[in-house]
Ligand binder design. Structure first.
Ligand code: HEM
Length: 535
């Protein structure tokens, strides 16, 4: 911000208070009045009644009434930390400038401050951290060229490949709108009609669906981006974070044992590790593909339900990240942090990945609602560099972000009266050629089952056993036709996969053993009961 405050919650105009004694801990109101009566409100006699001019009481209680902002519509529960990213100056063995001109990557040893927020996806702000759910892995790089957000998950693929399906996907996973209980019968109702989800479902119901904590998990940008070099040439890239702490996942049983005694274990693990100086680290790797549709591949490079095979597209390290400082205030930093896929710096670009394009609209849209129009003026979200815009007004405008020498009367551009000027271009513009009919159509190379089958066969035995058990538990409350459709999809991935789920369901048919499904759903489904009633 313009007040020269840290990104942390502390600071603000109070720091430069005139005549302030820094050792003074006197309680004041937000108006700066010293407050001497914080135990008793003002009343007529000591037994009341209270009177309406109780300014301090009213300020305190009305502020309290507004302490919460809307929680994130997804990824509501999270934990955050500060740290830095250190560039290697190369991509694998090659000079990185060959592929991208992004400044933060160029120089070996160059450090860029970061703020990271890890999260679960489905449930509310205080929900257990042991639940089967993807984990969010969002990184804000405060670069010299402005902010770059890499908004990823722990898993490398996603359920869907078109952003228009996202609200439906989330509705299916969120609690039932009537009972407010998550219900696997609703989830598999949706998934059985969404074959592109099979790769993700195979990960999610295995132990990979419950990372042991935030330090021992991977991160991935999931969607396909581009890198642009100084000549304006682009390549496709995928980003991956590899934890130096190793990877650790939990079986359903292990997760239940932790949840019985602690539902904040991941937040606690991250906070305590950083407090004791055991700073978690990740290496950032990229996969690179030449720009284009790559018809020789059996998948589309812009399809986020697919992994780019590492034997063809190796992981190339570009730098590492260290988290070494806990937030000073959870709300000011972690809760108000706002990440988005549109937040790129020069040398990084979007691909035409339909999910990515949809996401890019969604993040800043929700943040203007969730945090407020001027959310980018908050210290956690503001870049750590000079900002000069002609954006003005809006709720909670905290300062006017104009340049020191900008004529304050000129909040428009172009102008010859001393307003802001456009920046010179930093390299050749990347200008892809686009042409085609406007259509509503899915991509050609859907290939929904092959990678899921490969994944199934690649799992270790204990992972496969846990996967089958979790799917059987989750499918039990489902209606027969949905179970059958799911078995058909599993069979298409691998015949053994389908056979084992079918067998598990046969063995357990009818007799609920009282254990909930792996997503915490009850064994019977109100949605199914209602569907039967409706005929
Ligand atoms: C959070 C939308 C797919 C990762 C969010 C939020 C929205 C959203 C509205 C809340 C943001 C906020 O309140 O600040 C979407 C849409 C998607 C999509 C429309 C698909 C079209 C994905 C995918 C990933 C992902 C594929 C993983 C690569 C995250 C993460 C957060 C998040 C990590 C939490 C960020 C934080 O910690 O504040 N998403 N999302 N999302 N999303 Fe997505």
């Amino acid at each position: 911000g313009t007040n020269g405050t840290a990104v942390t919650g502390a600071g603000g105009p109070g720091d430069s208070r005139m005549g302030g004694d820094e050792n003074d801990v006197t309680l004041t109101t937000r108006q700066g009045h010293p407050e001497s009566f914080n135990q008793n409100m003002r009343t007529v006699g000591n037994r009341g009644p209270a009177t309406l001019e109780n300014y301090h009481f009213l300020e305190k209680i009305t502020h309290f009434d507004r302490e919460r902002i809307p929680e994130r519509v997804v990824h509501a529960r999270g934990a955050g930390a500060h740290g830095y990213f250190e560039a290697y100056g190369k991509v694998g063995d090659e000079p990185i400038a060959k592929y991208t001109r992004a400044k933060l990557f160029q120089e070996k040893g160059k450090r860029t401050p970061v703020f990271v927020r890890f999260s679960t996806v489905t449930h509310g702000i205080s929900s257990p951290e042991t639940l089967r759910d993807p984990r969010g892995f969002a990184v804000k790089f405060y670069t010299e060229d402005g902010n770059w957000d890499l908004v990823g998950n722990n898993l490398k693929v996603f359920f869907i490949r078109d952003a228009i399906k996202f609200p439906d996907l989330i509705h299916a996973f969120k609690p039932d709108p009537v009972t407010n209980i998550q219900d696997t019968a609703r989830i598999f109702d949706f998934i059985s009609n969404t074959p592109e989800a099979m790769n993700m479902i195979t990960y999610l119901f295995s132990p990979w669906g419950i990372p042991a904590n935030y330090r021992q998990m991977q991160g991935s940008g999931v969607n396909t981006y581009k890198w642009v070099n100084a000549e304006g040439q682009a390549v496709l890239v995928k980003y991956h974070w590899e934890p130096k702490q190793g990877i650790k996942n939990l079986t359903q049983k292990e997760a239940e044992q932790i949840q019985a005694v602690n539902f904040n274990h991941a937040t606690q693990d991250l906070y305590e590790a950083i407090e004791r100086g055991d700073y978690p680290e990740w290496e950032l790797c990229v996969q690179i593909m030449s720009d284009g549709p790559h018809p020789e591949l059996d998948f589309d490079p812009l399809d986020d339900t697919k992994i780019w095979p590492v034997d063809q597209f190796p992981f190339l390290p570009v730098g590492k990240m260290v988290l070494n400082k806990n937030p000073e205030d959870y709300f000011a930093e972690v809760e108000q942090a706002a990440f988005g896929t549109g937040v790129l710096v020069d040398g990084l670009d979007f691909s035409d990945d339909k999910m990515l394009v949809g996401r890019t609209f969604s993040y800043s849209d929700t943040q203007r609602y969730r945090v407020g129009t001027n959310y980018l003026q908050l210290p956690i979200n503001a870049p750590k560099k000079r900002v000069a815009t002609n954006l003005r007004g809006g709720q909670m405008e905290y300062y006017v972000d104009r340049a020191p020498r900008q004529n304050p009367h000129v909040n428009y551009e172009p102008s010859s009266l001393g307003g802001l000027r456009e920046a010179p271009q930093s390299g050749k513009e990347y200008t892809p050629f686009v042409e085609g009919n406007l259509v509503h159509a899915s991509i050609d190379r859907t290939n929904d089952f092959k990678q899921a089958g490969e994944r199934y066969r690649m799992f270790e035995d204990w992972e496969r056993d846990d996967l089958i058990q979790n799917l059987v538990n989750g499918l039990r409350p489902c209606r027969k036709d949905i179970q059958e459709r799911m078995i058909e999809l599993f069979t298409k991935c691998d015949p053994d996969y389908g056979r084992r789920v079918a067998e598990g369901l046969r063995q357990q048919s009818g007799e609920g053993d009282g254990i909930g499904g792996p997503l915490g759903a009850s064994v019977s489904s109100e949605a199914v009961r209602k569907a039967e009633q409706l005929g």
